[in-house]
Design a protein around this ligand. Structure first.
Ligand SMILES: NC(=O)c1ccc[n+]([C@@H]2O[C@H](COP(=O)([O-])OP(=O)(O)OC[C@H]3O[C@@H](n4cnc5c(N)ncnc54)[C@H](OP(=O)(O)O)[C@@H]3O)[C@@H](O)[C@H]2O)c1
Length: 264
């Protein structure tokens, strides 16, 4: 399928690993000019920069001016902007609500919610000038399945899902579509990095991190397909939503969780 994305300009936040990296790769393969923001780079992102039209911008998107700087770099380099993917988000495994102080709530909201607020505010003036622009927000099933282990992250993602709907209402008639994707567990460093959720799950289940992701998580979380989602599967959905093929889809949230959510 031709997604009609060639030569469009996209900004992707949280781009050096995991889902963000997969989105940069998928966009690059389609001929999109990608501006990729994260604090550092990785060999994988450097390889994409060397293969496709990818600009790597080192930026801390938890800061007040990080998103402005990233969007400005995209506009300075390419003169226009068509697509914003608000992918950045972060969670820590919590023992419970009472252990999280204000500073930690603020940190998780800065990374998971305010990064998208700020990037959208910086990008929208440019998206409004583009023909057929789109924002795709990477939310989470935790927006609708709040979970004590990630109570702060769940609240931030619920806010992101709400923001998606509000922005879609305000800007659809002016040519900017805004949608969200709500993944269940995805095989990324979010899970697999040392000290991440795979290690926590493995310790609780008395097994290895690999076994935790491949077996324990699908079984205990009720993932009907029997496996977690792969980053490229989220990337493919992102590209569809960003493309003119999805031209009459806005204000929607697409769950990609292998059947984990059991309600309609
Ligand atoms: N993996 C899952 O199971 C899952 C499930 C549902 C939703 N999601 C959502 O999907 C999105 C991507 O998750 P992921 O699993 O791919 O995450 P990840 O593997 O932890 O990667 C996070 C990315 O964000 C960047 N980043 C972290 N802090 C940053 C900062 N202050 N400023 C700029 N960039 C920063 C990291 O690069 P640097 O460290 O170099 O900055 C990295 O590129 C998140 O919104 C997450 O909530 C993930």
């Amino acid at each position: 399928m031709d997604l009609h994305l060639k030569d469009k300009v996209a900004v992707v936040t949280g781009a050096s690993k995991g889902i963000g990296l997969a989105i940069v790769e998928a966009l690059g393969r389609e001929g999109v000019r990608v501006v990729a923001g994260s604090r550092g780079s990785t060999p994988e992102l450097d390889a994409l920069r060397d293969t496709y039209d990818v600009t790597v911008v080192p930026v801390d998107l938890s800061t007040a001016d990080g998103a402005d700087m990233l969007v400005q770099r995209a506009v300075d380099r390419h003169g226009r902007l068509h697509i914003l993917v608000n992918n950045l988000g972060a969670a820590n495994a919590r023992a419970g609500f009472l252990e999280i102080d204000d500073a930690e709530w603020q940190r998780i909201f800065d990374l998971t919610f305010f990064s998208a607020v700020r990037a959208s505010r910086a990008a929208l003036p440019h998206l409004l000038e583009a023909d057929g622009a789109a924002i795709v927000n990477i939310s989470s099933i935790n927006a609708r399945l709040p979970f004590p282990m990630v109570v702060d992250y769940s609240a931030a993602k619920a806010g992101l899902s709400s923001l998606t709907k509000s922005l879609s209402e305000e800007f659809a008639a002016r040519g900017v579509r805004v949608n969200a994707i709500a993944p269940g567990p995805v095989r990324t460093p979010f899970w697999t990095a040392p000290g991440g959720f795979a290690d926590a799950t493995a310790a609780a289940a008395g097994t290895t991190a690999q076994e935790a992701v491949d077996v324990v998580v699908p079984q205990t979380m009720g993932i009907t397909t029997g496996r977690v989602t792969e980053p490229h599967e989220v990337a493919d959905l992102t590209l569809f939503l960003a493309s003119p093929i999805a031209g009459n889809i806005t204000g929607a949230e697409f769950v990609i969780d292998g059947g984990q959510i059991k309600t309609t």
